[in-house]
Design a protein around this ligand. Structure first.
Ligand code: ADP
Ligand code: MG
Length: 700
């Protein structure tokens, strides 16, 4: 399955949005984020620190400031990834950052303004333009799915019944990795269709949420595009490559305030950030490289992104920042997070000829329908030739399909006309008896019906075939209206410039590192004084660096203490709740009943849930079912003398069914009504009795 296998790191880019009106009116402080676009550096100023404190500098693959355009980010950082997906790699782009810093703006943007269209609409454009410009021997199948993770539940946003749909399960297969079972997947033939799919999902998201802003800052949205491409290889066989693209808009990364939360609210708060903190842990474990265990299974998000982080995928992370001084802590956390992610190594490879390629299924089905259709048409053609008296010869393989189709249609028309004429002739025949006439007309009518049915079946088959075939996109066909040469050239130029900028930045970054290392080697001193000066300068520089690192260590320690305190607080609250539940169980549930329940419980790691095992294993249910013993006199259950006499006397309706159960069942609550509130024994007696009776009842 793998063709090229190499290791490459996750690309991390940072984007800072402009100050908004509210932040501007807050004071003249300005932003706390500065960017060096040439070097790919972010310089963060701590508004609370004295001016002497050095600023924090982080270096990334690329940085985009408040003036950056959507197109720049796309051409430089996203385009190469989409190209890889089109070549059969898995690709992931995820936006990470505090709420309101531009994650959705970066991923989606303003759809109607071409300048402000985000990564997703630009990717749609890119994919379908690529298909329309590719060679005509390539066949493509594009599918899209849309899901969200809210409160640790995976929900299908394309399910028409989204609001009431149950949460979906995650599964793992050796071919595709982790996937969502029963997730809706829509075949898309054009940009318009895939945009409609996206809109449908966005609407479902908005409908499900009472407060869209609140909802979107707490849920993760994943738009998945699968591009399958079939092309004849050197061996003459068609080979399929499958590229999967995940476009992820994560929930806001800010800490959720948890003060005073209890019960349900506490659980919700714990779940909201579970996926994000699990993502942080996964990134830390991978970036660290030393810890063998990566906790992918801790949350739904990390399981779904398992391949994107440290696996078979190329990944771009866009960390978004706000420039306002009041969000300094969050901004710093985002930068640290992003900085760590740079160290993750992925092993992307081309997915070639996977077993579950849908395109292959489509091709087979199309071939089958085509063969069926051709068979029908040949049959009609043969019949026509027999009717025409031309004599039918076997050597028709060379004939054009169109001709066969035309002849088949002609045959149907001719037959209709012939039958119509024959009917007329029968009606006009004066020598035939009325009965005979009726019979012959009926026969012709039946033949006419058969012919129509045949024709309808062919039409149905043709429609099915055409619908199936239209789902496959063929390269070289103009499905776009703006594929003129000039535009193509312009795009190529833009790509070249983006590539150039990227290379330049990489070189600048390398030079900076080398400069520091070789400074010492190059220096030669003419006097002792000069040497002292130079070394003092260097010492100062190193001292500043040391201070920076010390401050960094202090910051990280503080953060750890803070998160530990939060975790301890959550743990205390959970322990309190656990004690409360224990109290109820210990005092109100009899031990034997508790044991019974405990023995039936098993943990399903796939769904991260405790589950009840069935009381009786399903396959041996019938064999284990107790047989009801017959009563002493041979009836199914003891019955009164009167009833026995009534049965012996004849089929009295009241005693036809040998049953006292329903009456007893309805009476029981009355018998035990009082004890219900006071005595458990009564409850269990009642429960056992009903259980036994239900069992007996089902045996009858
Ligand atoms: P998030 O999804 O991270 O919560 P949004 O994408 O909704 O944040 O952005 C919040 C607001 O900031 C929106 O009104 C958006 O238009 C604006 N915004 C974000 N990034 C930019 C940007 N780079 N340029 C201009 N406006 C932006
Ligand atoms: Mg958002």
């Amino acid at each position: 399955m793998s063709k090229t296998k190499s290791s490459e790191s996750v690309k991390v880019v940072v984007r800072c949005r402009p100050l908004n009106r509210k932040e501007e009116s807050n004071g003249p402080a300005g932003g706390i984020v500065q960017m060096d676009l040439r070097l790919g550096q972010v310089i963060l100023r701590n508004p609370r620190a004295p001016p002497s404190e050095p600023q924090k500098t982080f270096t990334f693959d690329a940085v985009y400031d408040a003036n950056s355009k959507q197109r720049d980010l796309y051409d430089e950082s996203v385009r190469p990834l989409i190209d890889s997906v089109l070549a059969g790699f898995n690709g992931t782009i995820f936006a990470y950052g505090q709420t309101g810093t531009g994650k959705t703006y970066t991923m989606q943007g303003a759809w109607l303004d071409p300048e402000k269209r985000g990564v997703i609409p630009n990717a749609f454009d890119h994919i379908f333009t690529h298909i329309s410009r590719s060679q005509s021997d390539k066949q493509y199948l594009v599918r899209a799915s849309y899901l969200e993770i809210y409160r640790e539940e995976v929900r299908d946003l394309l399910d028409p019944n989204h609001a009431n749909a149950r949460a979906l399960e995650l599964r793992e297969s050796p071919d595709t990795g982790v996937y969502v079972r029963d997730l809706t997947s829509c075949v898309c033939k054009s940009i318009k269709e895939i945009e409609e799919v996206m809109n449908m999902g966005n609407q479902a998201r908005a409908v499900g949420a009472t407060d869209m802003n609140e909802h979107s800052s707490r849920s993760h949205a994943l738009f998945l595009i699968t591009v399958e491409c079939s092309q004849p290889g050197p061996d003459g066989r068609k080979h399929i490559r499958v590229g999967r693209l995940n476009l992820v808009d994560l929930a806001g990364s800010e800490r959720q305030a948890k003060t005073g939360v209890q019960g349900e609210r506490l659980k919700e708060a714990a779940k909201i950030n579970l996926s994000l903190s699990a993502l942080g842990n996964v990134i830390s474990a991978l970036a660290d490289g030393r810890s063998g265990h990566v906790p992918y299974r801790d949350s739904k998000l990390t399981r779904l992104l398992q391949d994107s982080l440290g696996g078979n995928a190329k990944t771009v992370m866009v960390a978004t920042l706000g420039p306002a001084s009041q969000h300094y802590d969050e901004t710093l956390t985002t930068l640290r997070y992003a900085n760590r992610a740079k160290n993750i190594q992925n092993q992307p490879r081309v997915n070639e000829d996977p077993k579950d390629a849908l395109l292959r299924e489509f091709q087979k089905e199309i071939a089958r329908l085509r063969a069926q259709l051709n068979h029908r048409k040949w049959r009609s053609k043969q019949k026509k030739e027999q009717v025409d008296g031309e004599g039918w010869d076997d050597d028709t393989a060379g004939e054009e399909e169109e001709e066969v189709e035309k002849e088949a249609e002609e045959y149907v028309k001719q037959e209709e006309q012939r039958l119509e004429m024959e009917k007329e002739a029968i009606r006009g025949d004066r020598f035939l008896l009325a009965e005979e006439k009726q019979r012959l007309l009926g026969e012709k009518e039946r033949m006419m019906g058969d012919l129509r049915k045949e024709q309808e079946a062919t039409e149905h088959l043709t429609a099915k075939y055409k619908a199936m075939e239209s789902k496959l996109l063929v390269g070289g066909k103009n499905i776009m209206d703006h594929t003129n040469e000039q535009q193509k050239m312009l795009e190529l130029k833009r790509q070249e410039i983006a590539e150039q900028t990227r290379k330049e930045r990489e070189m600048q970054q390398q030079m900076l590192v080398q400069d520091e290392e070789t400074l010492e080697l190059r220096e030669t001193f003419t006097s002792l004084q000069q040497e002292v000066e130079a070394k003092t300068k260097k010492l100062k520089k190193l001292y500043a660096k040391l201070q920076c690192i010390k401050a960094e260590i202090q910051d990280v320690n503080d953060e750890h203490v803070r998160s530990r305190q939060e975790l301890e607080q959550t743990q205390n609250e959970l322990t309190r709740e656990l004690k409360f539940k224990y109290l109820i169980i210990e005092n109100f549930i009899p031990p034997e009943e508790k044991n019974k329940i405990m023995n039936r419980l098993t943990f399903d790691p796939e769904e991260d849930q405790w589950k009840f095992q069935p009381l009786v294993p399903t396959e041996s249910k019938s064999s284990q079912m107790k047989k009801r013993p017959a009563s002493a006199v041979g009836y199914k259950r003891p019955i009164s003398q009167y009833a026995r006499v009534a049965i012996a006397m004849g089929p009295h309706s009241r005693y036809r069914v040998n049953c006292s159960f329903p009456v007893f069942l309805f009476c029981l609550p009355l018998f035990y009504k009082d004890e219900f509130h006071t005595q458990h024994s009564a409850m269990y007696l009642w429960q056992n009795t009903v259980e036994n009776m239900l069992e007996d009842w089902s045996n009858i």
